[in-house]
Design a protein around this ligand. Structure first.
Ligand code: DGI
Ligand code: FE
Ligand code: FE
Length: 191
């Protein structure tokens, strides 16, 4: 893995200012959640720092990388270009940042949609992305509180928020978002 200093340099050069500032917010929030929930803080920091590495790339470049890797997309992934930066994140994570840790690469990959049976690190990055200090939406203060108390309950609330957000805008919803939420409801969550 390259040094954190070098990662920051790459991100400052490749992300627009607001996106870089968002990334710093996600790093701080993810470290705080990792501390509270007994997750590896270093993995949380690297995953958070890298999660939007591909966010400001041109869609044609994102698609090119996806095709070069021979990744087959689901219909939802093919149709919703907003999801591509998360698909490319672990590719660049490996290529540019030389990240080899599968838990970090998974958290980068699933930070936008979530998926069935997420790891603790996956959940921390998904939540930190949504509740970092610069985010604003109705109910965010409650979600910030729950994220510190119960990761699974916070994930259900977060996924519900995302689904409502997409419904309100008449956007298609990726199947993994539903699977992530259903899995929690069928298994561990105490509502
Ligand atoms: O990259 P960020 O903005 O920090 O956050 P993100 O990775 O969660 O991406 C949010 C964007 O992705 C937002 O424009 C909504 C969109 N998005 C997330 N899930 C879905 C989705 N868009 C569609 N069409 N379907 C989804 O399931
Ligand atoms: Fe993102
Ligand atoms: Fe993000």
């Amino acid at each position: 893995m390259i040094r954190i200093y070098e990662m920051n340099k790459y991100l400052k050069e490749n992300l627009i200012e607001n996106r870089y500032n968002h990334t710093v917010g996600v790093v701080n929030t993810a470290i705080e959640l990792a501390e509270i929930h007994g997750e590896n803080k270093f993995k949380a920091e690297i995953a958070a720092l890298s999660h939007d590495i591909a966010k400001n790339m041109k869609v044609t470049d994102l698609k090119k990388l996806i095709d070069e890797e021979g990744i087959s997309l689901t219909i939802d992934e093919e149709k919703n270009m907003e999801l591509w930066h998360a698909i490319v994140a672990p590719i660049l994570g490996k290529k540019v940042f030389k990240i080899e840790d599968d838990e970090i690469l998974s958290a980068m990959r699933w930070h936008t949609t979530g998926k069935e049976n997420m790891s603790r690190l996956d959940k921390i990055i998904y939540l930190a992305d949504l509740i970092e200090p610069s985010r604003k939406f109705n109910g965010i203060d409650e979600l910030r509180k729950v994220a510190k108390e119960d990761l699974d309950l916070a994930m259900v609330k977060a996924l519900t928020h995302t689904i409502k957000y997409l419904l309100d805008r008449n956007l298609a919803i990726d199947g993994n978002t539903f699977k992530a939420r259903n899995y929690l409801l069928y298994n561990n969550v105490k509502l």
